[in-house]
Ligand binder design. Structure first.
Ligand code: FE
Length: 198
């Protein structure tokens, strides 16, 4: 059952709702990259899967850029694809249904890039041109104080791994599984979170 004005988002329809966004809007361009938004997110998930990550991390990688579609969730958005705050918006729309590990990976995926640029000499050299460009808009590499503060997050390692799957998921002509492959994983993460009683 799709969520509509009459049937609000719920544990039962959130996965179909997300799948519908991938279906209808996934073909939108990922500015400056040779992939669509859906290809990018599916590639990120596939790299997490290939690394034998737990389902929860695969789901975080799959949904990390969902904040580019905040208008779908009824949130104000100037223009989704240029939303400078998509990482915060993404975490906000997901937090009702997903655990903090997922929302932290989403919320901090831009900060993770700034962190890695400050702490890993090789990392910057591997960024795409578009990612280097946005890095400057995002504040550049973290300062030592910002690095120390960011490192306090209990989910730091997961956040950094998802960031690397994000960076990897920008390949032209790379076949992935479709959203439907991930739907049961997402539902399981949602159901586990619900049963955890939050
Ligand atoms: Fe991304």
């Amino acid at each position: 059952m799709m969520a509509t004005a009459d049937t609000p988002l719920s544990q039962q329809n959130i996965v179909a709702f997300l799948g519908d966004i991938f279906e209808r809007r996934g073909g939108e361009e990922y500015l400056g990259e040779p992939v669509t938004m859906a290809q990018h997110m599916l590639q990120s998930a596939s790299f997490a899967e290939a690394a034998e990550e737990p389902d929860i991390i695969v789901v975080a990688a799959l949904l990390h850029d969902i904040g580019h579609f905040t208008s779908e969730f009824g949130m104000f958005s100037m223009q989704d694809t240029e939303d400078k705050y998509h990482e915060e918006a993404g975490a906000t729309v997901l937090q009702r249904f997903f655990p903090e590990l997922v929302t932290d990976c989403v919320r901090y995926h831009v900060a993770a890039k700034r962190y890695l640029c400050a702490t890993d000499a090789e990392y910057f050299g591997k960024l795409s041109a578009a990612s280097v460009h946005s890095l400057n808009l995002q504040g550049g590499p973290m300062s030592a104080a910002e690095v120390a503060d960011f490192a306090k997050n209990a989910n730091l390692q997961a956040i950094l791994r998802v960031r690397r799957y994000d960076d990897a998921g920008k390949l032209a002509d790379f076949e992935t599984k479709t959203f439907s492959h991930y739907a049961p994983l997402i539902q399981q993460v949602v159901d586990d979170h619900h049963h955890a009683g939050s």
